[in-house]
Design a protein around this ligand. Sequence first.
Ligand SMILES: Nc1ncnc2c1ncn2[C@@H]1O[C@H](COP(=O)(O)OP(=O)(O)O)[C@@H](O)[C@H]1O
Ligand SMILES: [Mg+2]
Length: 220
Amino acid sequence: MTDAETVIEARGVGLSYRDGQRHVTALHDIDLAVARGERVALVGPSGSGKSSLLFVLGGLRRPTHGDVLLLGRSLVGGADATADVRRRHVGFLFQEPFLVPYLTVRENALAHVPTAEASERVEALAVSIGIAHLLDERPHRLSGGERQRAGLLRALAAGPDLILADEPTASLDHATGRAVLDALAAHARDAALVVATHDLSMLDAVHRVLRLADGRQTPG
Ligand SMILES: Nc1ncnc2c1ncn2[C@@H]1O[C@H](COP(=O)(O)OP(=O)(O)O)[C@@H](O)[C@H]1O
Ligand SMILES: [Mg+2]
């Protein structure tokens, strides 16, 4: 995929958290570039830095050093600029979808992108991921797998260039998790996807694996 457009790039990214008096270094010198259409898994034990890297790639945390480029533009400069960039270009999916309980599935999906284009996309996506009949329901009426699909609908509503998913199948049974990941992969085609997972059976859905241990990239 060397000729494809690079969507997200981390250059020498490090991240430290201040925890009381201590500094916890969560990431050391990470280099990563993900092209449009490419799907990358982040794997590594709990505490290895997977979530931290996703936050940095999505502009939710500013790296302590290094740079992050989304579509060639640095996310590290002004904090205010990244909020708008995130809304337009990045879709997030977490272990729990955090849907707003008093909004319907459709309203949840469109809350941050109330445009006609997003609305059309959400209607079509809901059909293809099998939750069209649930668009007018509130989240508490849904099963875990249905709720995660509703979260996927929200993540994809703006037509993101980058999709960041943090253990999106971890609270689902295997078959349901598989179906959510397959839906994610199928609809990430025009985007770059980075998914943190510790379920190694999900790795056949990606093109490449980045292994982390203690915040460092490890070979193999
Ligand atoms: N908000 C935080 N404050 C302090 N330390 C944190 C914070 N978030 C994560 N960490 C630490 O950073 C390291 C990496 O955590 P994390 O990115 O959550 O790893 P993973 O997602 O692989 O489990 C761990 O040592 C964790 O304890
Ligand atoms: Mg994590």
